[in-house]
Design a protein around this ligand. Sequence first.
Ligand code: PAF
Length: 280
Amino acid sequence: MEIVRTATGLEEMLQRFRLQEQTIGFVPTMGALHEGHATLVRQCAAENDVCVVSIFVNPTQFNNKEDLKHYPRTAEEDHTLLERTGADIIFAPSEEEIYPEPDKRVFDFGMLDKVMEGQFRPGHFNGVAQVVSKLFSFVRPDKAYFGEKDFQQLAIVREMVRQLELSVEIVGVPIVREADGLAMSSRNQRLSEEEKKNAAEIYRVLQESTRLSDDLTPGQLTDFVIGEINNVRGLNVEYFEIVDGNTLQLISSLEKSDFSVGCIAVFCGEVRLIDNIRYN
Ligand code: PAF
């Protein structure tokens, strides 16, 4: 496994694979890797000749400076995980390498980035699009892998690829959960043992809501999920919305969509967690 810190170094390294027409798979990350990332990397390594993983904590996608400051940075553990999961190249650039000058690009994703995360984290998805488009231009992957936990991010990356007419195939990978159901996230490292136990209630309630979905409307399911989760000590729902998985717009009836997804953001103490569940 090689570690490279510059775009030119990366290009030199990838050149020989490109010349041999080998396929390049890519997993962009912000480090603080866990089993969710490991799943992305294993799939990427299995489906491509070369597996590139980037580690870059992207400042332009943090609307909250404190969140950026506290974002876990665990380079050594990350390298160990990547070695064992089959990554070939780690691209770990500096901020200057990615943003030699401020990125002033403003993307227009229509309604996709106006809702849910977009509403509560203004500018977040523009920052994600800035960094992912730059990383794609350096790596030029055949396939890129994103976790379905960040459901809205996946929809936006697909839309960005469509708008920029990139030839990369975007692969969504199902959420990986702890044994108790908590969706794996780098942010879980910041939870105390008690908070972790409370946070597991999020998925329990989401699952329960799918069992009720034959009898309740999306509005009633929404009230149920928010009420149940807010009843758990230390949990505070920021939003829960049942949306069409393609347009991300609210749906009034589960019959109106064959791809309805409940997306949630919850504060567990100071830590903001997201999760989602599919209804049909
Ligand atoms: O999902 C993430 O970790 C980040 O948003 C990404 C895609 C690596 C861009 O910084």
